[in-house]
Design a protein around this ligand. Structure first.
Ligand code: GAP
Length: 462
């Protein structure tokens, strides 16, 4: 089977309730998406997997949950007010508004070409800041400039400004990290490709602080660690390439960034165009802790940050040194991870009647529903009562559903399509032999299991 493209996933998502177009009843809102009953479960499972792996299974990472709206100075000193922008051009012919850095350049004359009409009649680039603006309190930004605020464009700054709080309250020593999951907002000029690029999205970020001389080694360790974590989500390494950002592409804070590109666009002819960013791992040096630090003066006697009240340097009691730690930052989007997980899991199989079935081979830990309990005869009180009781009994330890809205073949197909690893069928014999049939999503094989053993059986296979 050819690899599914994003359109296949869009259609499955809408049909089965993973993701819907946002504001749909009012005609939608460009590139905004809502997560439905299955999408929210899948996203939560991805976030839980990440948090367990990044925070609980390590001994050196703490979590935080910082505000989306912070003091404007956070974005002034982080550099986002000045530099977090895209170069925009307009096409004088077809009127398309485009990002200059994303356009193909004609090698003959070095001029960028409109990706919409192919002509080269473009205006001079203008910088467009991507931060969403808002005001805090009843004043407008015109009446009171201090009321201006931004929705955060990355969760990272909420970590840097809490560096000292976490250090003091958790009594950590270097190296250690701080993890956060949360929404971020960017007024993207060219959003699109379903949930790949949207204006509102969710990030899972770690800021990992270490001694400056250890940063190159720590950077590599995180690159290796992320390869291993993506394995656990079922994202195959043949669909990932590592990309070293060049000087022009590096963000203003980064010394080196390695992106993991995923094959989000398998339908594109040129292989290198099939891949786009899933995550990035940056060496942010000591940039952020320094810029947020109150420091009376630098070497030239100038005050560096007159607005901050804290110095975010670190004192090493063993060496008696005070310095600004370096920071290695792995940053990944929940939404792009979810898209990659769905693309990897999507398969089609032909049953013995020659019908093509979608089977979503999600890792059981990520599956929105772990088990569906199905009565073979929905008019038989004994079967229905037992099936409903089994569903209720399983629910405390795994997400279970009861479904009697179709024939058994249809019910199996429905669960395959949403990635439910197991279906449990209650039949007439179950009332006599106190056993049920467990059907496996991937092999379609069935096994008879005693009801008293059912929960342990499912748990061991999940
Ligand atoms: N703190 C670093 C940072 O924000 P980034 O490369 O701009 O780095 C990190 O973003 C990750 O966030 C990306 O690799 C991607 O997974 C996700 N992301 C960024 N912009 C996005 C958007 N507009 N829509 C969906 N996900 C996005």
């Amino acid at each position: 089977m050819a690899a599914p493209n994003i359109e296949t996933i869009v259609s499955l998502s809408k049909r089965r309730g993973f993701v819907y177009p946002a504001s749909d009843i009012y005609g939608g809102l460009g590139s905004s998406w809502d997560y439905g009953p299955l999408g929210v479960e899948l996203a939560n499972n991805i976030k839980q997997s990440w948090w367990r792996w990044a925070v609980y299974e390590r001994d050196d990472v703490e979590g935080v949950d910082s505000s989306i709206i912070q003091n404007r100075n956070v974005w002034k000193y982080s550099g986002h007010e000045d530099t977090f922008s895209d170069p925009l051009v307009d096409c004088r012919d077809c009127k398309a508004r485009l990002r200059l850095d994303k356009l193909d350049v004609d090698p003959a004359d070095g001029k960028a070409m409109c990706s919409n009409c192919g002509l080269k009649n473009l205006t001079e680039p203008k910088d467009f800041n991507l931060m969403f603006r808002t005001t805090v309190g009843a004043a407008s930004a015109e009446d009171d400039p201090t009321a201006l605020a931004y929705l955060r464009p990355e969760t990272a700054q909420g970590i840097f400004i809490n560096f000292k709080n976490v250090l003091d309250t958790s009594r950590r020593k270097l190296p250690f990290g701080i993890a956060q999951i949360g929404k971020a907002f960017r007024n993207e000029v060219t959003p699109g490709n379903f949930i790949f690029r949207t204006r509102e999205f969710e990030q899972m970020e770690i800021e990992y602080f270490c001694r400056p001389e250890d940063a190159p080694r720590v950077h590599q360790e995180w690159i290796d660690a992320y390869s291993a974590w993506l394995d656990t989500l079922g994202i195959s390494r043949e669909n990932i390439v590592h990309y070293e950002q060049n000087e022009k592409e590096l963000a203003h804070y980064s010394d080196r960034t390695v992106d993991f590109l995923y094959r989000f666009f398998p339908e594109r002819e040129e292989e290198d165009k099939q891949f786009d960013e899933l995550l990035g791992i940056a060496n942010r040096t000591d940039y952020d802790l320094r810029v947020h630090s109150k420091k009376p003066e630098d070497a030239d006697g100038k005050r560096i940050n007159p607005d901050s009240t804290e110095d975010l340097s670190y004192f090493d009691p063993q060496t008696n040194e005070r310095f600004y730690p370096y920071c290695i930052e792995p940053s990944i989007g929940v939404n792009r991870t979810l898209l990659a997980v769905l693309m990897e899991a999507y398969t089609e199989r032909t049953n013995d009647k020659g019908e093509v079935r979608v089977v979503l081979q999600l890792k059981p830990s990520l599956a929105p529903i772990k088990v569906a309990v199905l009565p073979l005869a929905k008019n038989n009180d004994g079967i229905v009562t037992l099936a409903k009781k089994l569903k209720r009994d399983l629910q405390p330890s795994m997400r279970a559903v009861y479904d009697d809205t179709g024939g058994i073949g249809k019910l199996y197909a429905r669960q395959d399509e949403i990635g439910t690893p197991f279906c449990v069928t209650v039949d007439h014999e179950s009332l006599e032999d106190h056993a049920v049939t467990v059907r496996d999503r991937d092999t379609w094989e069935q096994e008879r299991v005693t009801i008293s053993e059912l929960e342990n059986y499912l748990r061991s296979r999940l």
